[in-house]
Design a protein around this ligand. Structure first.
Ligand SMILES: Cc1cc2nc3c(=O)[nH]c(=O)nc-3n(C[C@H](O)[C@H](O)[C@H](O)COP(=O)(O)O)c2cc1C
Length: 175
């Protein structure tokens, strides 16, 4: 299936995964950039007021692809707000898409991702894959909350996580 990877990353983790996945599955790749500077405060305000931030228009034409693979962080249990415009664009289409996020899992799993995607796009995603940093880090000694939240994935770890993601993706999508 002709796949376009659409990725957004604030601190680099999901960006790193996106690059590796794009290379491994030989997919086209577009990185979402915002018009305004992102801060922790604007993350919080977007979540509280359900705001849709402005993004720079992409030259890629989504219609040319059979499957869209969104990759972005989770913020306060929600999918990173810069993807909202694109989710809105999917409404009333029948586009196949999947969602991947490497997130901290500091407060446990993020149970509402599929529900949010259906709510924002009107489409059930092919799959939602959310590897957690909490589960990547060594457990002894137990990592602190700060370590989990500020963690930057290394090339080797990213390589490992990507292998697992692709195995999961292959169960649901013909790549
Ligand atoms: C303000 C803020 C809120 C976050 N909330 C969550 C959360 O609810 N669940 C989660 O698993 N991770 C959460 N995270 C962790 C990020 O999803 C994680 O660090 C991710 O890897 C960052 O991706 P990026 O480097 O691509 O921006 C949060 C991070 C920030 C900065």
């Amino acid at each position: 299936m002709k796949t376009l990877i659409i990725s957004y990353s604030f601190t680099g983790n999901n960006g790193k995964l996106s690059n590796i996945i794009a290379e491994r599955i030989n997919a086209d790749f577009v990185e979402i950039k915002e018009k305004r500077k992102r801060t922790i405060l604007t993350i919080l305000l977007d979540v509280i007021f359900n705001r849709t931030p402005k993004i720079q228009k992409s030259e890629k034409i989504f219609e040319e692809y059979e499957h869209l693979l969104f990759i972005a962080p989770i913020w306060f249990g929600k999918i990173a707000s810069p993807l909202r415009t694109l989710f809105e664009d999917l409404k009333n289409t029948n586009k196949k898409f999947s969602f991947i996020s490497l997130s901290s899992g500091a407060d446990g799993v993020n149970p509402d991702l599929e529900k949010e995607l259906i709510q924002r796009t009107g489409i059930k995603p092919k799959t939602v894959i959310n590897p957690l940093i909490r589960e990547i880090l060594p457990t002894n000694p137990k990592p602190s909350r700060k370590e989990i939240n500020t963690y930057k994935i290394s090339e080797d770890e990213a390589d490992d996580v990507v292998k697992k993601i692709i195995t999961e993706l292959n169960k649901c999508v013909t790549l």
